[in-house]
Design a protein around this ligand. Sequence first.
Ligand SMILES: Nc1ncnc2c1ncn2[C@@H]1O[C@H](COP(=O)(O)OP(=O)(O)OP(=O)(O)O)[C@@H](O)[C@H]1O
Length: 228
Amino acid sequence: MAGPILRFEGVAMRYGRAPEVLKDIGFELSPGSFHFVTGASGAGKSSLLKLIYLAERPSRGRIELFSRDVDAVAPADRPFLRRRIGVVFQEFRLLEHLSAFDNCALPLRIAGQKPESYRGDIAELLGWVGLKGRMHALPATLSGGEKQRLAIARAVVARPDILLADEPTGNVDDALALRILRLFVELNRLGTTVLIASHDEDLVARSGQPVFHLENGRLTAFGRGGGR
Ligand SMILES: Nc1ncnc2c1ncn2[C@@H]1O[C@H](COP(=O)(O)OP(=O)(O)OP(=O)(O)O)[C@@H](O)[C@H]1O
């Protein structure tokens, strides 16, 4: 893809009739880039991600995703755009009645793939996030860090072009946070564009990756973490 994979231009967003929680947001992501979005609780990080994965619409401005104006995308085509984006949700959103394996396989099942075609890939992916021995476990029996890693595996299983993660190290200790960061870096090396919302300043600093900073719904700074 020649241009940016994602572009915001003068974007604002509000929930219902409430005041805008995002104001005049403009930025671009190049394909294959890796960024953090930081900011205090309530600054608008999750709201920004929701706009990208098409869960909310802007009240003003223009968003281009994969070179398409999202406002002009027909409702029937939105799921196809959405499938190119993997999301690690802040609260995981795992299905409690499904095993770790089946949770991870869900995006592929929804896309119509047959279990025979993905069984080996899922086992490999769960091994990659350190859950090989927990494949048959239900989410309720997993630790917070294990759920986090399962959510990451599910977000990447369909090989998305963009990976969004909302506070992906919010529930884990420093060692695991670093491991999760390495998983994201590895994915990024394989070509996935990565955007992570985090208020873990240490992690962001260690990553050395570029940072968008949000303050009260406005992008106030563009900097870089302090190196690995
Ligand atoms: N579903 C919603 N309905 C109404 N207001 C909302 C909703 N979700 C978030 N908000 C408001 O939007 C603002 C931005 O919230 P958002 O969750 O985007 O911030 P955040 O930076 O991700 O915070 P945190 O780090 O605590 O997750 C806050 O004032 C919040 O109260």
